[in-house]
Design a protein around this ligand. Structure first.
Ligand SMILES: O=C(O)CCC(=O)C(=O)O
Length: 274
């Protein structure tokens, strides 16, 4: 399911950043039902053309300075991920902390919210390794189980360049524990689930569109088999402000509070002045 956005800024946002970079929207009840029933939703045009340009420029500066040119011999995670991109890009920081996804995450999760992951997930041309079927909660189980992953396309993508695939309604399976040890997780082992793929569907996105899905949604992507196009996505994740890391002695997940309040003082102050 895809949806259109309006361009009116959220009344709840504070002043002081370039809101012309983003298109604000609220989910309709039909959209919310689709998200809860199917486990995912595509939202059109959350980035304006200027927002996408600014974000790509800032992200590429960070990517090139850290990664250099694509190296087929590098580890797959090195080639695919750049963590904490909001530390290096103002446009990402504004989008993550004050952009339209905050309103959307609030509608799904509730009034108390934190941002728990920001990273680039890129498959530059030549990068033909995909991501196997997994749940994002399989890489790091957060509770409560209502965290939302948001993948914003920085350019048009499709099956050739390695768009996302989802298995609609698979979030109803609940938490799947892939059995990786803490050491394997730290070493970057890949979570691999083998579901019945007969109902899987590719979700090509246009630049500026955002695919959101549940922490239990099974998703995968193939590699980028284009010779002249990159597949660049901004990956953000939001969770309840009191969400804990089940795999880490149920300690509070650190993440910037973007709405409401947290019972954990370490969350209330985390990246507050960033
Ligand atoms: O970027 C992709 O193609 C897949 C990313 C993904 O599945 C993830 O980071 O959880």
């Amino acid at each position: 399911m895809t949806t259109e956005t309006s361009t009116s800024p959220s009344p709840s946002n504070r002043a002081g950043w370039r809101s012309d970079l983003f298109n604000y929207t609220r989910l309709s009840s039909t959209q919310l039902s689709h998200y809860h029933e199917q486990g995912y939703l595509v939202i059109k045009s959350l980035l304006s053309a200027e927002g996408r340009r600014t974000m790509v420029d800032e992200c590429m500066r960070a990517w090139v300075s850290e990664k250099g040119p694509y190296d087929p011999n590098a580890n797959w995670l090195t080639n695919a991920l750049l963590a904490n991109i909001h530390h290096q890009s103002q446009a990402v920081r504004d989008y993550y902390f004050n952009g339209p996804l905050v309103d959307i995450a609030e509608q799904i999760i509730g009034p108390n919210l934190k941002g728990v992951t920001s990273q680039l997930t890129f498959k530059m041309r030549g990068h033909t390794k995909g991501f196997a079927w997994h749940q994002d909660n399989g890489y790091g189980e957060l509770e409560p189980y209502n965290a939302v992953t948001c993948l914003t396309a920085l350019e048009d993508n499709d099956e050739q360049t390695g768009c996302l695939w989802v298995l609609p309604e698979s979030h109803k399976l609940g938490q799947i524990r892939p059995g990786l040890t803490a050491t394997q997780k730290l070493a970057g082992h890949e979570v691999v689930i083998h579901p019945d793929e007969s109902k899987a569907r590719p979700l090509p996105l246009q630049a500026g569109d955002c695919l959101i899905f549940s922490c239990w949604m099974l998703h995968k992507s193939e590699g980028n088999f284009s010779h002249d196009k990159d597949r660049r996505v901004l990956f953000l994740r939001y969770a309840d402000a009191d969400a804990v890391e089940v795999y880490n002695g149920r300690q509070a997940r650190l993440g910037r509070l973007v709405r409401g309040h947290s019972a954990y003082p370490e969350v209330a102050t985390f990246e507050k002045d960033l």
